[in-house]
Structures are given as C-alpha cells and as structure tokens.
Design a protein around this ligand. Structure first.
Ligand code: NAP
Length: 300
C-alpha cells in the first residue's frame, strides 16, 4: 500500500489502516466485552476497503446522554446499540425511523452530519437470514413464534411484511404475547396470542416454528421450548439462539424431519443492514460470518 493510498482512506487486506481520515463506528452496551460485533464489522471494513474502525464501549445507564453528545461532538458515523440501551437511547436522537418506532427499540444509529437517526435492524436481519438460509418465500406461510420478549417484536414487524398467512405467538406469560398482538393492532390482522395449553396443536399446524425464548441457550443447553414430536415433519424449525449454533430444539427438530435454521444469520444480517445504512455499500456477508465463526472457535 502506498502512502498516497493512506491519504485517500484506502485500507488493505492485511489490516485496517488508521489515519486522520479514519471514520469511527462503535457498539455500546452493558455488558459489552463478550460482543462479536467489533470482529465482524472491522472485517467488513477491511473487506470493502473502507477506512473505518469499529470499537466497543462499555456504557452504563447514567453515561448514555454523555455518550450521545460524544457521538455528535466526535462525528462517530454509526453506532450499534445493545442491552440495556435500546429504549433509553430513543429520546436522545433527532429522528426515529418508522421500523424502530413500530418495534419500540433502536439498535442502530446513523449520524447524518450531526443529525442522529435511529433504526432497528434486528427483525429485518432475522427475516433476511431466514429467506436466504431456509425459505425464500414466506408468503402464505403459517408461522408460530414461541416467546414474546424484546427480540420478538422486531421479528413480528418484519414477518408481517412478508405476506405470511398467520403469525401465532405463544408465551409462558400469555399476557406478554397478548400485549404484543395489541401493539400491532391496526398494522396487521394476522396475529394471535395463545397460551401453553394451545401450543401442541399450534406446533402441528405451523410451517415455520421460531424459538425466541432463551430456552436452550448456553449454559442451559438441555432446555427446549417444545416437544419435537409435536412438529410436522417437513416444517422449518428456527432458533434465535446461536450459542450453541445447534440448540436441542434444532437437533430434535432435525431428527423429526424438519429443516433447521440457527440464530447466527440474524446476528450477521442485523450487522449487515447497519453496515449498509452507514456506508451505502453492500455488506460482505460471508466474510463477516467467517470472522464471527473464527472468533468463536478461537474463544475470543
Ligand atoms: P427476553 O426479552 O428476556 O425474553 C425472553 C423470552 O424467553 C420470554 O418470552 C420469556 O417468557 C421466555 N422464557 C425465559 N425463560 C423461560 C422458561 N424457563 N420457560 C418458558 N419461557 C421462558 O429476551 P430477548 O431479548 O427477546 O432474547 C430472546 C432470545 O433471543 C435469547 O436467547 C437471545 O440470545 C436471542 N437473541 C438472538 C439474537 C441474534 O442476533 N441471533 C438477537 C436477539 C436475541 P416470559 O415472558 O414468560 O418470561
């Protein structure tokens, strides 16, 4: 790489070049040091030759307003927001995109010359992963979601735009599923909430069953949200969890004759959308995936 390249902000494949043109990006959360986003996003900048660098900041609740002021002051171009700041950051921004407003949470900030706009890429990231890795056409599908926590809302928002025939939400605490259905009233009429007693029948009727509970996540890998014998062979079983990559739910569903779809793609594609919003360039998805897989196998 020549010196001139450095000054035009071009970086090489060996490493990101940091110079006075480097644009800063970051992820914030509490905790944050387990995050694979820096490894994934720095690989994306390297792969595309963009002179950017992506860091993780451990921001506590009380520091959030100062952090947002810092984004404006330092011209940080893009920020990913994770637990616990996805709601609290919203009033600190200048504009909230329609998707983030409907979902009620922001996971991506784009800094347009000091004007901070909040987006949510979790649900659209999940759906892009589902379509590219499991089922390209979601129109007419009967979808069952088991779980009604924070991640579910974005997924419902994105699935409802794909022409699904029905989306049934089951949750241990049925009121939470009912609240979710109410939150989408007026936007879609294909949602319904059910309790655990109706779960078995709903499993048998579904084309796609999505686990959005934390059941089966490391270290409690023996847990599973449903009995696999309830699933229709040939259905798609999908799990948001990616640690482990194949949960007990997915392993048993595969034995039952279902196709399976794990949660890593959702993580990759939520980052891919953020990258595309920030840079207007197509995200190098396969390089991002391999960076995350390498980090997992190296235990980083
Ligand atoms: P959350 O808001 O804490 O919701 C947890 C959900 O799990 C709730 O529906 C809860 O039911 C249910 N649950 C927890 N323990 C249960 C039990 N013992 N029996 C039955 N249900 C139980 O979590 P979240 O943010 O939505 O995340 C959910 C999962 O998605 C996590 O495993 C997370 O790692 C994963 N995730 C993955 C990605 C990705 O990029 N792949 C992104 C976001 C989240 P109640 O309402 O009854 O408590």
């Amino acid at each position: 790489m020549s010196t001139a390249d450095n000054f035009t902000g071009i970086s090489d494949q060996a490493g990101n070049v940091v110079d006075s043109h480097t644009i800063l990006y970051s992820v914030i959360g509490d905790p944050i040091h387990h995050s694979k986003s820096p490894v994934m996003m720095n690989r994306a900048f390297r792969e595309t030759g963009i002179n950017g660098i992506y860091t993780a900041f451990h921001i506590k609740d009380a520091q959030l307003p100062d952090f947002v002021a810092g984004v404006r002051a330092m011209g940080i171009r893009g920020v990913n927001v994770t637990i616990p700041h996805k709601l609290a950051v919203m009033p600190l921004l200048d504009e909230i995109d329609e998707s983030a407003r409907a979902i009620g949470a922001v996971n991506t900030i784009v800094n347009h010359d000091g004007r901070l706009v909040g987006y949510n890429t979790d649900g659209i990231g999940y759906v892009r992963s589902l379509k590219e890795e499991a089922e390209p056409n979601l129109a007419g599908k009967r979808i069952l979601i088991v779980g009604a926590g924070g991640a579910t809302r974005g997924i419902v928002y994105a699935l409802a735009r794909e022409g699904a025939a029905s989306i049934t939400i089951s949750n241990r605490t049925v009121q939470r599923a009912e609240e979710l259905v109410l939150a989408f009233e007026g936007q879609t009429d294909i949602l319904r909430a059910i309790g655990n007693e109706a779960l078995r029948e709903a499993c048998g009727e579904a084309d796609i069953i999505i686990n959005t509970t934390s059941l089966g996540m490391h270290p409690k890998i023996d847990e599973t949200p449903v009995d696999a014998s309830w699933l229709a062979p040939g259905a798609i079983a999908s799990d948001l969890i990616y640690n482990p990559m194949t949960t007990r739910f997915l392993a048993e569903a595969k034995q039952r004759g279902c196709s399976i779809h794990g949660g890593l793609g959702m993580f990759i594609y939520q980052g891919a959308y953020a990258f595309e919003f920030w840079t207007d360039r197509k995200a190098p998805v396969e390089a991002m995936r391999s960076a995350v897989l390498d980090a997992f196998s190296a235990g980083r």
